[in-house]
Design a protein around this ligand. Structure first.
Ligand code: NAP
Length: 257
């Protein structure tokens, strides 16, 4: 276990930090990334380093091919292996515009960060994991995509986000099919309403909806809730379920009459 390495994109705050903390507590060596400078995340790195055996910060935009390559090269140089990729980095649309008004600019950026970037990052990581598997038959790679309940629920004021997250679901299934022969498990986690910077601007709205019963469990989800789910998958506790989506949404998506 001591040698196992995870790469968590967007791991310096919010859900990604919850995931990084949960993995650190289980002894994973961590590479986390984000778009802020290392100086801006110094405190976060310090707290993670008190938990994990090794933590490196890789600044980079997952939407940019050159940044993705630089991150993976740095992981190879610093850790020499990669066992787990968590595609967590993501953005909400810059503005919550109705689908009749939303812009192509928003669509392009949301798709680049939330779908295209992670898809090609997964492709590069998958190639590397296959090489690791061919060198060591006991190597068991794992890829976890953080999508959203928005993969299924239609929000007409962020259609681009919902469509990108639906795409993440298909990407999960595609990679699960392609990588099964190499013992690489691929999962999707669909968080519901999680308390992070992303949802801070709509806090009052969701406070009200949660109080009215939108979620069966009447509280906000916390980054730790998602972190614990990823740690479970990374540990191998759902070994016969590749390609599946796991909801971390307090029962929000159960259809009710
Ligand atoms: P957040 O608090 O806004 O944090 C986003 C993280 O992603 C930050 O670490 C940020 O880096 C990083 N990031 C953003 N754009 C990036 C880029 N282009 N390249 C690399 N890193 C980038 O968001 P969150 O709420 O934790 O969301 C994390 C993921 O969960 C997203 O994919 C989101 O779609 C999904 N999700 C969130 C919720 C929710 O209710 N919060 C629900 C369902 C799904 P910096 O810190 O450097 O800015």
């Amino acid at each position: 276990m001591k040698t196992k390495t995870a790469f968590v994109t967007g791991g310096s705050r919010g859900i990604g930090l919850g995931i990084a903390r949960a993995l650190a507590a289980e002894g994973w060596r961590l590479a986390i990334n984000g778009i802020r400078s290392e100086g801006e995340v110094r405190d976060v790195l310090q707290s993670l380093r008190s938990l994990a055996p090794q933590v490196e910060y890789l600044r980079g935009d997952v939407a940019l091919a050159a940044d993705r390559t630089r991150c993976l090269d740095a992981i190879d140089a610093g850790f020499g292996r990669l066992d787990l990729l968590v595609n967590n980095a993501g953005i909400a649309p810059p503005r919550r515009d109705d689908v009749l008004e939303a812009t192509e600019e928003s669509f392009d950026r949301v798709f680049a960060v939330n779908l295209k970037g992670p898809y090609f990052l997964t492709q590069a990581v998958a190639r590397w994991m296959i090489v690791q598997r061919q060198a060591d038959a006991s190597f068991a790679g794992c890829i976890v995509n953080i999508s959203s309940v928005s993969a299924k629920l239609a929000s007409i004021n962020r259609g681009d986000y919902c469509m990108a997250r639906a795409g993440t679901s298909m990407a999960t299934r595609l990679w699960a099919v392609r990588l099964a022969e190499y013992g690489i498990r691929v999962y999707e986690i669909r968080p519901g309403i999680i308390a992070t910077d992303m949802t801070a601007g709509v806090k009052e709205k969701y406070d009200r909806l949660i109080a009215e019963g939108l979620t069966l469990q009447r509280r906000w989800g916390q980054p730790e809730d998602v972190g614990r789910a990823v740690a479970m998958l990374a540990r191998g506790d759902l070994p016969y379920s590749t390609g599946q989506a796991i909801h971390v949404d307090g029962g929000m998506t159960i259809g009710r009459l």
